[in-house]
Design a protein around this ligand. Structure first.
Ligand code: C5P
Length: 238
């Protein structure tokens, strides 16, 4: 009381007032960031994801009137105003958190770069170097495929980070994982992919006639990409 709000909070408030409110009534579940799969108490397997794309999606969804739950792997980003966050570390924890929340959601966007493998066993004490050269790996649970296979599921959006213009792989992924939409990006392209503030994406979706639609977007800020993704979701849900 009596203390002025942070400048960021004021700016966010202004942007929120100026945004269309076309997501009022929607519950949006978003995963973001990498996961960490521990080898022992000091080492883990992870990847280069910063979480920026997922956090921008959460910010934009909230501005447009949605209730937003962000399931976040380890990142250094600030949680957007008005977004409720569940912090997780491993793919198994992320899977559990998503399954806990998916029942209430109408839109689920899996933007996290979930580690594909985890050590088959976690050592309680720091492992010897020789033991790590023999590391056995298991596959982590596929969260996107898990919600895509649910009987009652929200509108499901996945991401496909590929090296090279593998749109065909992304389309196959959309079908195989039961997603309604896949956001493709080639992480080798300048200004795209991990750790950058910009991205170059193609939004692939299932058309009403069964033919896949593709929207090729130019280099844009991740915030603008997030807006374009929600524009597309809104037009497909109608
Ligand atoms: O199969 P791939 O990892 O390329 O699929 C990418 C998409 O699947 C992303 O949307 C990612 O969030 C999701 N994914 C997941 N759980 C995994 C692996 C990927 O939700 N274990």
């Amino acid at each position: 009381i009596g203390k002025m709000a942070d400048v960021e909070t004021i700016i966010e408030g202004v942007q929120s007032v100026l945004s269309p409110k076309d997501l009022v009534g929607e519950h949006v579940l978003i995963t973001a960031g990498p996961t960490r799969e521990p080898i022992d108490p000091v080492r883990f397997i992870s990847n280069r994801s910063s979480g920026k794309m997922g956090y921008e999606l959460a910010r934009v969804a909230r501005r447009r009137g949605a209730a937003v739950t962000l399931i976040s792997g380890p990142t250094s980003l600030q949680v957007p105003f008005g977004v409720s966050v569940v912090r997780v570390e491993t793919a198994a924890e992320m899977y559990g958190a998503v399954m806990d929340h998916v029942g209430l959601s109408s839109i689920a966007i899996m933007a996290a770069a979930v580690a594909d493998f985890c050590p088959a066993e976690q050592k309680m004490l720091k492992a010897e170097k020789e033991d790590i050269s023999m590391l056995r790996l298991d596959r982590t649970p596929d969260i996107l495929a898990g919600i895509g296979a649910l009987e009652r599921k929200p509108f499901v959006v996945g991401f496909a980070a590929e090296t090279g213009a593998r749109l065909d792989r992304a389309e196959r992924k959309m079908i195989a994982k039961g997603a309604d939409m896949i956001v493709f990006n080639d992480v080798l392209q300048d200004g795209a992919g991990f750790e950058t503030d910009t991205n170059v994406v193609t939004i692939i979706s299932r058309g009403k006639d069964g033919v896949h639609q593709k929207e090729f977007l130019p280099l844009m800020s991740k915030e603008a990409v997030a807006s374009a993704i929600f524009d597309s979701i809104v037009s497909h849900k109608e």
